[in-house]
Design a protein around this ligand. Structure first.
Ligand SMILES: Cc1ncc(COP(=O)(O)O)c(C=O)c1O
Length: 384
């Protein structure tokens, strides 16, 4: 249970957590041999589960072939990964910038938008989360995450999520980018309305701004479609991916159109971006997500869970929100005791703010584990 000299959560504090040493599918084992069900412990990276066998094999083979290559050189594994990724996206997308994390992929989107439009302003949403490097943090909403690190990057404004009039008023001829999560994750699991995303597209078109969707958390099948924007049929100019894109190996991808790229001035680069190891993992991960029909599974398991939670008589629940296997249960009080109660029952979930219980299970979670997890959540909420 010891946290040891970890630096993973600077400033987050909190109670000691189990030490996890192994994983398989939707289950994790601690250093005492206890099996724990992952309802969110992998923070949305584990869509394919822990150690997906085809990804592990691809990584092993690639590690023996070529670990690293600078981006100035071509590599067939990188090319194959990019072709596969673009093949799964609408044809308007033709260019990808590869990096190593969600926040880096957001940084790239901000730089591409500013450079390609020649404009400074970024419009983001209240409750939005886009990462912790200074550019992405400037687009992030929560005051506690931002304030200690000011001054942040200028010309970022935040508008209420799902408020079309406020968005229309904010987006103007100085706007480079409208940056939105189709479902806000860290901010409490808030789902965008179709009208809002259509209005965002229209506002960008009207003013010459770019529309960017941060699908770091919603991507790769999580919401019941491979990419969440497919639910609404609204196409962005910039799409930001990371988390489970390479099945657990660090990766970030900023996808855009050849037209946007043709207007890009200056340069952007990442030493480790597009390394063959991550690309080999990415090929195997994409094949697994598509071949294993994981988005369909997320849609089915998520729908049943949402219906179940919504019919709970629990007086402690303020609202149940979600899409696919991205579920938020907003409580009337603090979520921390519920997380501890779940952990005692062998289920690891995460918060989204102080009062929201967030479930982001692997899309491959065994149905018995999921059913028992839902029962444990209902009990833990009832216990309060
Ligand atoms: C929507 C969204 N964008 C960006 C990020 C940042 O990703 P990373 O932690 O890999 O930098 C996250 C992380 O949770 C996220 O949920």
């Amino acid at each position: 249970m010891s946290a040891g000299p970890t630096n993973l959560e600077f400033g987050e504090g909190g109670r000691p957590r189990p030490t996890i040493v192994r994983g398989e599918g939707g289950a994790l084992w601690d250093d005492r041999g206890r099996r724990l069900v992952d309802l969110g412990a992998t923070h949305g990276v584990g869509n394919l589960g822990a150690c997906p066998p085809t990804v592990v094999r691809a990584v092993q083979a690639q590690a023996a072939q070529l670990l690293y290559l600078g981006s100035g050189y071509a590599n067939p594994v990188r090319t194959a990964f990019l072709e596969k990724l673009l093949g799964l996206l609408p044809p308007s997308f033709g260019r990808v910038f590869l990096s190593n994390s969600g926040t880096e992929a957001v940084e790239a989107a901000i730089k591409i938008a500013r450079s390609s439009t020649g404009r400074p302003k970024i419009v983001a949403a209240m409750r939005g989360f886009h990462g912790r490097t200074l550019g992405a943090l400037s687009a992030t909403w929560r005051k506690e995450l931002r304030e200690p690190f000011g001054p942040l990057v200028p010309e970022f404004v935040h508008v209420p999520f799902n408020d079309i009039a406020a968005l229309d008023a904010a987006v103007d001829e100085r706007t480079a980018l409208v940056l939105l999560e189709p479902v806000q994750g860290e901010g409490g699991v808030h789902v965008a309305t179709a009208e809002y995303l259509r209005a965002a597209r229209a506002a960008a078109d009207r003013t010459g701004a770019l529309l960017g969707f941060d699908e770091v958390q919603t991507g790769m099948g999580r919401t019941g479609r491979l990419f969440a924007f497919e639910h609404w049929g609204v196409l962005p100019d910039l799409l930001v991916l990371s988390k489970s894109l390479a099945g657990g190996i660090p990766i970030g991808a900023t996808v855009t159109t050849t037209e946007v790229e043709s207007r890009f001035r200056g340069s952007h680069h990442s030493t480790f971006g597009g390394n063959p190891l991550a690309c080999a993992a990415g090929i195997a991960a994409l094949d697994f997500v598509v071949g294993g029909r994981l988005p369909e599974r997320a849609e089915r398991l998520g729908r049943v869970a949402l219906e179940g939670f919504r019919s709970l008589p629990a007086s402690r629940v303020r609202e149940v929100r979600g899409l696919g296997l991205m579920i938020g249960i907003e409580l009337r009080d603090k979520v921390a005791p519920v997380l501890a109660a779940l952990e005692a029952r062998g289920f690891l979930a995460i918060p989204a703010g102080a009062t929201v219980l967030r479930l982001l299970p692997p899309l491959v979670i065994e149905e018995t584990d999921w059913d028992q997890g839902l029962a444990a959540v209902a009990e833990a909420i009832g216990d309060g």
